[in-house]
Design a protein around this ligand. Sequence first.
Ligand code: FAD
Ligand code: DHB
Length: 390
Amino acid sequence: MRTQVAIIGSGPSGLLLGRLLTQAGIDSIILDRVDAAYILERVRAGVLEEGTVRMLEEAGVAERMRREGLPHSGFDLTFDGRRHRIDLESLTGGKKVMVYGQTEVTHDLLDQRARDGATSIYNAEDVQPHDFDGEKPYVTYRTDGVTHRIDCDFIIGCDGYHGPSRKAVPENAIKLFEKVYPFGWLGILADVKPVSHELIYANHPRGFALCSMRSLTRSRYYVQCSLDDKVEDWSDERFWDELRRRLPQEVADGLTTGPSFEKSIAPLRSFVAEPMRFGRLFLVGDAAHIVPPTGAKGLNLAVSDVHYVMEGLREHYLEKSEAALDAYSTRALARVWKAVRFSWWMTTMMHRFDDTGPFGQRIQEAELDYLVHSQAASASLAENYVGLPY
Ligand code: FAD
Ligand code: DHB
């Protein structure tokens, strides 16, 4: 088999890149180790930056998001029993974010790929990129015990943190940066009315909490938990009790509870691989970087990477120029590190760290008090939250 661009990974970044390539008349094959149904089961991000919304519009897959997504012009920060609104719109000269689940984005992209009639290979085992340091890279994979080969011009690794693309790079050609946080997030989905019409990020001595949503009737809530915790340790009742305790009284009193239908624990880490290009192999999204979810940046960063790599591929095929491909890693990493910094800062300010004790708690409360009363500090938070330009 031959294609122009082989994409490893059928998550949001692989699917969006595939769609943009189709629009530009460039041929691609997407490979994933699982099938589309499994990919749609994964509950992940919920907040889209304006740049992400624009990219989905350019890709022609924004119709349902425009109909069902919830534009948000602010969010609340709570700490020390108080509640403050960060008015994103007024602090950024009119920018907003869109609350629309990653599952829905992926769904829309999968539907579009089917309409495009473009090739995707699911349940592909042992996917491996080869010879990307030369002119003739190829990918091998196995289905039903048979090994197949796809020759291509470029391999794009959109295969997440655990995928084979980054791992195929020789150790001496890649530099890894990592910070692991000593806690996780326990998240639930429940068909109950959200406690507020906007998101609430809560700092509390017992730990962080986040009130989010997927629709006006579906809530997504998170509480900071121990890395030793298991989902089975958390009955719905225990979850709701803990969430209530971490919210100011007036918010807790308005919380509607009900049975959860999804519950999972995610560890928090910051991770960056440099560079993001190795000859004809390009890393995109979680394959190259992970951020803790506090700043709602993971999915949005994957989309900005797609923007930069697509510019490179478009110029290569349509203008016969290598300039944008050559600039990919530098341009993407400049934006990545700013989001890594923002996510680390939000995480540090909002979570309970056992080793800093009551002193650390007071420092966080002082920082939050400064943040919500300083126009300059609020504007900086808002500017980063809605997403830096690209
Ligand atoms: P992924 O979505 O990870 O897609 C990678 C694809 O590659 C997958 O389909 C996978 O099956 C495929 N793949 C993996 N290995 C192989 C292989 N060997 N062969 C072939 N294919 C392979 N971000 C937020 O902003 N907010 C959140 O609340 C949030 N929660 C998260 C919770 C969890 C548990 C995780 C893991 C991530 C979360 N994120 C969150 C991050 C966000 O979901 C990611 O940044 C986003 O999914 C990145 O998209 P991607 O396309 O780069 O990678
Ligand atoms: C959601 C997740 C986040 O990490 C975040 O910062 C905001 C919202 C969510 O899943 O809705």
